[in-house]
Design a protein around this ligand. Structure first.
Ligand code: F3S
Length: 295
């Protein structure tokens, strides 16, 4: 049977990532060089490509005395943003995704009216660290069901989500919190996340193997991997070199999906490589059959 390779309907670059790259590229083109505080997006290969265009990642903003700093899609902590904006010879261009910004605004507003804001997300993810900073010490981060016990009983518990959470995980944690007190839910999961997870799951049910492409540091890609792994054998790779021929030995139908920070050129490279492997596998099979018939 001919191998079929299918790419999930919704995969790869999202609106927020495209917007951030376009902004940074425009500034770099005009000024020759621009800095991003932390990687602009969570894809090491694309960040390397951007570096060649003059978009340089810095981890310590205090070392930059002059220049333009573009803020990454996941956002940065409120105090750092304020400090940077006050620096005389530094120009700040905010490329925080508008959906992340919306979540930050909600947490900021809640910090004025609530003693406890629950953020459902990954504790160490830059977006969550930034969200917590907007909560003025009132945030509790819940990463999994175990963390729910950290929540205090208050008349109302306000719950905000990391923009790239899995809707199912978010709903199951909300359900547990609702047993403690009355809850007010702010579902800040973005549409791109919702669509990518939905179409990855749909495709994973139809194929023999799934290949998830994206940065190992990308939270939304890791979630795609988790979702697909529950349905079928799944591999998470960043680049074409990680592919192993043996994965496709008994796989007629291959599904591909990619995180929101994965550029099209990486997806295409990987698709071509898989097509090549499947094609050579078919030739080997034909030769084997012919030599068996001759025996
Ligand atoms: Fe924004 Fe969602 Fe992409 S929050 S950066 S549109 S994954």
């Amino acid at each position: 049977m001919k191998n079929k390779i299918k790419i999930a309907k919704s995969s790869g670059f999202c609106f927020g990532v495209k917007r951030a790259i376009e902004l940074a590229e425009k500034v770099a083109e005009k000024n020759g060089k621009v800095y991003t505080f932390g990687p602009l997006i969570h894809n090491p290969q694309e960040v390397k490509r951007l570096d060649a265009e003059g978009i340089k990642v810095i981890e310590d903003y205090s070392k930059i005395k002059t220049g333009i700093i573009v803020l990454r899609t996941h956002g940065i902590e409120q105090e750092i943003h304020e400090k940077l904006s006050k620096r005389k010879n530094i120009k700040v261009i905010d490329a925080t995704c508008p959906f992340v910004k919306r979540a930050q605004e909600i947490v900021k507003k809640l910090s004025g009216i609530s003693d406890q804001i629950v953020i459902v997300g990954e504790k160490t993810h830059p977006e969550v660290i930034a969200l917590v900073s907007y909560g003025k010490g009132r945030c509790v981060v819940v990463e999994d069901k175990k963390d729910v016990k950290k929540i205090k009983k208050t008349p109302v518990i306000h719950i905000v989500s990391q923009t790239t959470q899995s809707p199912k995980q978010f709903a199951s944690i909300v359900e547990l919190i609702a047993k403690i007190s009355k809850v007010k839910i702010y579902n800040t999961i973005c549409r791109a996340t919702f669509d990518r997870q939905g179409s990855a799951e749909k495709l994973a049910k139809l194929v023999d193997i799934m290949v998830v492409i994206g940065g190992k540091n990308s939270g939304n890609t890791r979630r795609l991997y988790q979702i697909c792994s529950q349905k079928v054998k799944t591999y998470h790779i960043e680049n074409v070199e990680e592919i192993k021929k043996s994965w496709f030995n008994n796989s007629n139908k291959v599904g591909i999906t990619a995180g929101a920070s994965t550029p099209n050129w990486i997806i295409e490279n990987i698709k071509r490589r898989i097509e090549g492997i499947c094609e050579s596998g078919r030739k080997d099979n034909k030769q084997e059959k012919r030599s068996e018939q001759r025996k």
